[in-house]
Design a protein around this ligand. Sequence first.
Ligand code: IMP
Ligand code: MG
Length: 188
Amino acid sequence: MPLPPPYQDLLAEVLIAEEPLQQRIAELGAQISQDYQGQDLLLICILRGGVMFLTDLMRAIHIPHAIDFMAVSSYGAGARATSGQVRINMDLSIAIAGRNVLLVEDIVDSGNTIAAVLKMLQARGPASLKVCTLLDKPAARQTPVPIDYTGFSIPSKFVFGYGLDLDEYYRNLPFIGVVDLDKYTPPE
Ligand code: IMP
Ligand code: MG
């Protein structure tokens, strides 16, 4: 398997540097702590893109809360093709009936993924169900979705880093970068 190039070769620009990213996450954590004060809170991270955001966000939330994970994928071709059909690859390990659930997502793009996840989880009878996304690409929306907490609204460019992958690599970068599409060749 060929090694992926260093990220510098694929980076058009740093869109959100580490410091503003962490600053915004601290603000979101403070807001969530205030909004859920005195209530039970369960964060659900959608794997794998949401994992960096979850681990930083939970350290910025100063009220007791639990976490769980689920993994979903879109049916059909290509990582960037969203047909609107979403399959659960790994389900939650706990029941959410009667709990205050906050979904933690890396990015809402077409909105298809989060819309499908919300529908599936709503059917399980949570006390409340809200969405916290680090990034939002409002111009790319196909399915309208309610978003309760947004880190940053960004233009409809393909981004990577901080949990978001480029063909499964570069999730470890501590910032959000824009992919240089002239230099990036998708795998076969
Ligand atoms: P949706 O189009 O809102 O259904 O987004 C589905 C998923 O596509 C997101 O959870 C991300 O994992 C992925 N995605 C969308 N835009 C980007 C991007 O710019 N970089 C990396 N992943 C993305
Ligand atoms: Mg993804």
